[in-house]
Design a protein around this ligand. Sequence first.
Ligand code: 4AZ
Length: 437
Amino acid sequence: MMYVPAEFSEADYPRVHYQRQQFWDPTRLSLFTVAIVAIIVISIGIVTHFVVEGDKSFYYLASFKVTNIKYKENYGIKTSREFIERCYQIERMMSRIFQHSSGKDRFIKSHVIQLSPDENGVNILMVLMFQYPSTDSAERIRKKIKRILYQSLKTQQLPLTINKQSFTLTPIDSKKMRNFLNSRCGIRMTSSYVPLPAFFSTERIVQGSKTAMEGEWPWQASLQLIGVGHQCGASLISNTWLITAAHCFRRNKDPRQWIATFGTTITPPRVRRNVAKIIIHENYHRETNENDIALAQLATRVEFSNVVQKVCLPDSSIKLPPKTRVFVTGFGSIVDDGPTQNRLRQARVETISTGVCNRKDVYDGLITSGMLCAGFMEGKVDACKGDSGGPLVYDNHDIWYLVGIVSWGQSCARPKKPGVYTRVAQYRDWIASKTGI
Ligand code: 4AZ
């Protein structure tokens, strides 16, 4: 059946004339305005909360006694194997304690500052770093941390026996924390004090575009000839000493003509220093590139900060197996014969054994015991002109070591022509004899 609409005449249903109401009367209009303003204010508040009031770093100084180990003489030497290994064990334990807790995403890292003797064990002084909402209070966080630690002393099987009564935890600011860490080397912080995982830094110096973040390579320096500009890279190994390549001073050995700058850009630099002294290795040979190592002493010391730090020197016994992941940084050119870069660049490369590097199709016997090859046999990633003298570093459990100094290579990033670096471990005694470091 079809539906047929009924027809109505105007006579049956006379047209009714309603009076048209004004929708935007003054009351509605003002209510609407208030609502819109409220929505905008609330949205801004939410965005600000997450963007501006995000997480903040909180630092604590922890001190406690460990009773199941005995103090060793070498714990007093911060570069000794005993000190480094014990620190690593303690730092790993701290990390385990917090990884197994409710605050696992809050823990950043910890670093031991000092190990001192105690009649029945070892006293440990260390800094702990956390990330909590900036609205949280240092005291509330302190209580949370203490609770987590005490809980783990009861429930976890820990390698070290911590004396609970001896445990103290004090909030400190970032400057204080930095000062505590000044006695240690190779510890880096980004500008937000958050340590950067190494895997972030996989870009190239040659053919790359990624630049370093502030504080990522705080030992990197630029050596410049006054009135000429950047010549070489260098690495800070103390408040006053830089280590670089001997060939950087081939043109000019007069310290008064040189300056060193720090920071991720050449202009403007974060810190600038005159050079007081240049020490070139006595047996540097320009024809063979042997002993391509030099030291530069700054006229005035630099203060360590989150962007200026010393790198660790490796023990002379350090052994890096082939294909070890290392990083090279510099202001050098990113293509063969290109210009100096104003922003610091980084590249991840791999160590190559001297045996392979000395092959006839590679460097055909030119690599001596004081040299170290790093890069890739297929080329592509490499240091280049202007990176010379700069650091090749290795990350051992969050502590960075200077294993090489950019020295030479046949061109840049060519297949079977990896970068050749001065093997720093080989010169450990020479460095000590000149600087006392
Ligand atoms: C240079 O001329 C230079 N590819 C530095 C490093 C390398 C080559 C040349 C390694 O300073």
